[in-house]
Design a protein around this ligand. Structure first.
Ligand code: WT7
Length: 646
């Protein structure tokens, strides 16, 4: 990767933006020299029922790990996202909803949002949902998904949004994992013209979740579903019977706001817990500065609310800033590859935020689908989810943005709550492929495998020293795993799991995960999860899964499979296993390649050598490294033979 090309900040942009470069440097310095003062000032940007007097109480261990921000303040996230704007923005659009079918859209004002959220909040209360309860949301991208999240926040219930593409099993695991007793779903979802059987999936999941006593169902398509009179409640009926007055619960800053399950390198998905005050301060502040959001801007983040990006940058950040946020039900290439840009023109989008995988997929469709749209309202383009290759960055910049828009490549994680490394549009000269510099208060460190901090231009494991308000607080029900995963590898530091290079200008270049997590189309997938889905098949004895470079997805899923004695490999069985994984976890976990492996390379103590499997998957046989420590080195030759003859 060359660092040669630098795109300076256009002067007129620097003049209009919240911060230019000198201001960034000054604010950044202050944020790390005197965090208490810096975060006191910015903490005041949200509304507090009872103002905080304590700002920060953090220990990264060793031993006890705790993270508390604004801990004696009280507030309510829903109040900040809606009620606070009612005196000035009651009739302004809060949400633009664009349906999967281009003929469908809806504008929802802050006043209407308030009404819809309060009614549903009361409907939940009427079914016994109360402060502290966990509520699972398994929804398509319809306005009700945001109402459900905000209504939970309003009454102090803790939501856990599960992406609508997950299977019944994956949903059940997440419901049980946070002990929810209430589920919110829809009859069916609609994506790219295809129906997604959400209620049927939910029914199946609930067979193993006896504690769920209420299922709210939004009628989206009117498709056939089965119904359980005791348990199931139509959303519309419940809301029409409910009062539109529902006071916002006074929440402590450190009360949990939501849980979001994400994949780790081992075992079951982890329930990442975010709390109230600090999360909101950080989500709103990063939304304002990173996207240089100004009053009146139309802002569109194409993520799904099932991911952290949807939480922080479709719902909580933008609405807290009083923005107009676009909620899109569909996909980038339906009905045509012009869809994103047509929606930008139709709703006059100023700020557009998407994933590199979508850019690469659209890039492959050529210039015409872009060029037949205007895109003239777009001022700023953002990306998130995985490293963006310079080719895709340049295409985004030149073709989509006509060379006129700054690009913000934002690096962050489910765990970080908000963006940590990113350009600021008015302040940061850009280098394609680099997430550039840290946001205010963020102190990235690169360390070697022994934990030694590396200085200057170098490459290492990316850690963060010290806390920021949006940081996760724990893993639901497993604080020990939280400490183990994030604070034990490098003492006194938060370990991100990413590798990273820092260049001579202090710019950061994320190189990808250094653990057994792969990033498929910007979605995080634990190799262990795919492996356990495969070995759950009666014909499979063992499996090892690794990532490999994939043109569109960034990384693809490469599965090595050892069959039980007596089972014969065949193309039919290969297809069957691929379909099996799709059903066990969901379409995002579909293996791209499945190779038969009569044996896997293991050390004498039985540990699978993934490093070797990664190289073989990458077709990089020259640098397998030392294989002499393997229990049976001939296994490797066999795997290479099979790889070459595929
Ligand atoms: C992992 C986090 C944060 C929302 C989306 C994914 C990778 C994320 C970038 C970027 C390079 C990136 C990292 C990170 N990642 N953004 N701009 N450049 N890599 O959230 O599922 O929690 O995944 O995504 O590897 O650790 P997530």
């Amino acid at each position: 990767m060359s660092d040669a090309t630098v795109f300076p900040v256009p002067e007129e942009l620097a003049a209009k933006a919240w911060v230019d470069e000198p201001r960034y440097l000054e604010m950044y310095q202050k944020s790390v020299d005197n965090p208490e003062e810096f975060w006191t000032e910015h903490g005041k940007s949200i509304h507090w029922f009872k103002p905080f007097t304590k700002v920060k109480d953090v220990s990264y261990g060793p031993g006890d790990v705790h993270i508390r921000w604004y801990e004696d303040g009280t507030t309510n996230v829903c109040y900040n996202a809606i009620d606070r704007h009612l005196s000035t923005k009651k009739d302004d659009t809060a949400i633009i909803w664009e349906g999967d079918d281009p003929s469908e859209h809806e504008y929802i004002t802050y006043g209407q949002l308030h009404n819809n959220v309060c009614r549903f909040a009361n409907a939940m209360k009427a079914r016994g949902v109360k402060k502290g309860d966990r509520v699972t949301i398994y929804m398509p991208m319809i306005p009700e998904a945001t109402y459900a999240m905000l209504a939970c926040a309003r009454i102090g219930a803790v939501h856990s949004v599960v992406f609508g593409g997950f299977s019944p099993d994956a949903l059940a695991g997440r419901i049980l994992g946070c002990e929810s007793n209430c589920l919110i779903t829809a009859d069916e979802g609609l994506r790219g013209g295809r129906k997604v059987p959400l209620k049927a999936n939910a029914d199946k999941a609930l067979e193993s979740c006896p504690n769920v006593d209420t299922v709210f169902v939004v009628k989206r398509t009117g498709g056939d579903i089965t119904w359980n009179n005791e348990r199931d409640v139509w959303w519309d009926e419940a809301c029409s019977n409910a009062d539109s007055d529902c006071p916002a619960e006074e929440m402590n800053a450190e009360d949990p706001l939501f849980i979001l399950f994400t994949s780790g390198s081992t075992g079951q998905p982890k329930g990442v817990v975010h709390t109230t005050g600090g999360y909101l301060v950080y989500a709103a502040m990063t939304h304002k500065y990173v996207f240089d959001y100004h009053d009146g801007d139309i802002y569109w983040c194409t993520a799904d609310v099932g991911w952290i990006t949807g939480h922080s940058y479709i719902v909580y950040g933008p609405l807290t800033n009083g923005a107009t946020t676009l909620v899109f039900e569909g996909v980038p290439n339906y009905p045509t590859a012009s869809r994103f840009w047509e929606v930008c023109d139709k709703h006059k989008v100023n700020i557009f935020y998407t994933a590199p995988t979508a850019i690469r997929a659209l890039m492959r469709e050529g210039l015409a689908p872009v060029k037949r749209t205007s895109r003239s309202t777009i001022r700023l383009l953002g990306t998130v989810g995985e490293p963006i290759n310079p080719e895709a960055w340049n295409w985004y910049h030149e073709v989509v943005g006509e060379g006129r828009c700054q690009i913000v490549d934002t690096w962050w994680q489910t765990e970080t709550g908000g963006i940590l490394i990113t350009p600021l549009p008015g302040a940061t000269p850009l280098k394609p492929g680099s997430a550039t510099r840290p946001f205010f208060g963020i102190q990235p460190l690169l360390v070697d495998n022994d934990g030694k901090t590396l200085e200057g231009a170098t490459e290492g494991n990316l850690c963060i020293a010290d806390s920021w308000p949006g940081q996760m607080r724990t893993l639901y029900g497993d604080h020990e795993r939280f400490i183990q995963t994030y604070f034990s590898t490098y003492k006194g530091l938060y370990f991100t799991g990413d590798g990273c290079r820092r260049d001579e200008d202090g710019y950061y270049w994320i190189t990808g995960r250094v653990d057994d997590v792969i990033n498929v189309s910007g979605h995080r997938m634990g190799t262990a999860e795919v492996e356990s889905a495969l070995v759950a098949h009666p014909k499979v004895a063992e499996s090892a899964v690794v990532g490999y470079p994939h043109d569109i997805k960034g990384q693809g899923i490469y599965a090595y499979v050892t069959l039980n004695a007596g089972e014969e490999p065949s193309d039919d069985l290969r297809k069957e296993l691929i379909t099996w994984v799709r059903k066990e976890i969901g379409p995002i976990a579909t293996p791209d390649m499945l190779q038969w492996a009569p044996g896997l390379p293991k050390t004498r103590s039985g540990k699978i050598m993934r490093r070797i499997l990664r190289k073989i998957a990458e077709n990089d046989f020259g640098s397998l490294g030392d294989t002499s420590t393997l229990a049976d080195p001939s296994v490797v030759d066999d795997l290479i033979d099979k790889r070459m003859n595929k």
